[in-house]
Write a protein that binds this ligand. Structure first.
Ligand SMILES: C[S@@+](CC[C@H](N)C(=O)[O-])C[C@H]1O[C@@H](n2cnc3c(N)ncnc32)[C@H](O)[C@@H]1O
Length: 253
C-alpha cells in the first residue's frame, strides 16, 4: 500500500527554502497539500526539484500562502491579482484554491520574461489555464492592470504585492492598484517587516513605502510582524511565522 503523502521529508533538508518545515512544532503538510490529489502533489514535488536545480529560489512560504488561501476560500473571492510571480510557487497555491474552491481567477504580473515563461509552464502542467493568466509587464503599469482586469472580469477583490520591494516602485504600485481595487477590497504586501527594509535600505523598501503612502493618502494599515517583531532566525517565537512580514490595507473610501 502507498504510504500517505507527506512533506515531512522537507524537515530533514538543510536547504534554506525549507525553513518553515524545520520550525520545531511544525509537524503537518501546509494547507495547499490538503487540496491536492496525488498527481498534483507529485507535480509540486517536481516543481521543488526543478526550481532547486535551476536555483530559482525566491518564493514566499506557507504562512503567507495559507493566509491568502484561507481568505479566498472563506470569502468566496473570485478576482485576485498578484504582482510578482517569480517561479510560480504562490501562483500554484492561489491557482489551486481558485480552481478547486471558489471558481475564481488570478492574473499574475511579473517583469521577467524568463520567469513568466517558467511560471506559465507550471500553470499549464497544473491545468490552470481557465483560472490563471500570466502577464509579463511592469506591475506598476496601467496596461498590465487593464490586461489583468480583462482576464479576471472586473475589479480585483485582492491584490498581492510581492514584486520589486523597492520604495519608489511600491509607491507607484499602491497608487495604481488602490484605484483598481474593489471598494472594501484588500491589498496585501509581503516583506513589510522592518527586517525586510534591507531590500531598499536607504528608503526602507516596502515598510518605508507603506508609511509614506498611507500618511499621504490617510489610510490605515496593519503589519503582521511589523514594528519590533523578531526577524528571520527566530520564526518559532512568532505566531505569524514569516518574519519578513505581511501588511494589509483595506480600500475603505
Ligand atoms: C519575491 S519574487 C515573487 C515570489 C512569488 N510571489 C512567490 O511567492 O512565488 C519577486 C518577483 O518580482 C518581480 N519583479 C521585480 N520588479 C518588478 C516590476 N517592476 N514589475 C513586475 N515584477 C517585478 C521579479 O522579477 C520577481 O520574479
Amino acid at each position: 500500500m502507498t504510504p500517505p503523502f507527506s512533506t515531512k521529508a522537507y524537515k530533514d533538508s538543510d536547504h534554506r527554502r525549507f525553513w518553515w518545515w524545520r520550525i520545531g512544532d511544525v509537524d503537518h503538510d501546509p494547507l495547499v497539500y490538503h487540496l491536492m490529489d496525488q498527481h498534483q502533489r507529485d507535480l509540486f514535488a517536481e516543481w521543488y526539484r526543478d526550481t532547486e536545480a535551476k536555483n530559482f529560489i525566491g518564493e514566499c512560504t506557507p504562512p503567507l500562502a495559507s493566509v491568502l488561501m484561507g481568505f479566498i476560500s472563506g470569502n468566496a473571492v473570485k478576482r485576485v491579482v498578484q504582482l510578482g510571480h517569480y517561479a510560480g510557487y504562490s501562483s500554484i497555491n492561489l491557482g489551486l484554491v481558485l480552481k478547486k474552491i471558489t471558481g475564481g481567477k488570478l492574473a499574475t504580473i511579473d517583469i521577467s520574461d524568463r520567469m513568466s515563461k517558467y511560471t506559465q509552464e507550471w500553470m499549464d502542467r497544473f491545468e490552470f489555464s481557465d483560472h490563471v493568466k500570466v502577464i509579463t509587464a511592469d506591475s506598476a503599469s496601467a496596461e498590465a492592470a487593464d490586461q489583468a482586469e480583462a482576464f479576471i472580469g472586473g475589479e480585483p477583490e485582492i491584490v498581492l504585492i510581492d514584486s520589486s520591494h523597492k520604495y519608489e516602485h511600491t509607491l507607484k504600485e499602491l497608487d495604481l492598484w488602490i484605484g483598481r481595487l474593489k471598494k472594501n477590497g484588500f491589498i496585501f504586501l509581503h516583506d513589510a517587516s522592518n527586517a525586510a527594509r534591507e531590500y531598499d535600505p536607504e528608503k526602507g523598501a516596502v515598510a518605508g513605502a507603506l508609511e509614506k503612502w498611507c500618511a499621504d493618502n490617510e489610510y490605515k494599515y496593519f503589519v503582521f510582524n511589523g514594528g519590533d517583531a523578531t526577524p528571520g532566525s527566530t520564526h518559532a517565537q512568532l505566531v505569524h511565522r514569516d518574519g519578513r512580514g505581511l501588511a494589509v490595507i483595506q480600500k475603505c473610501k
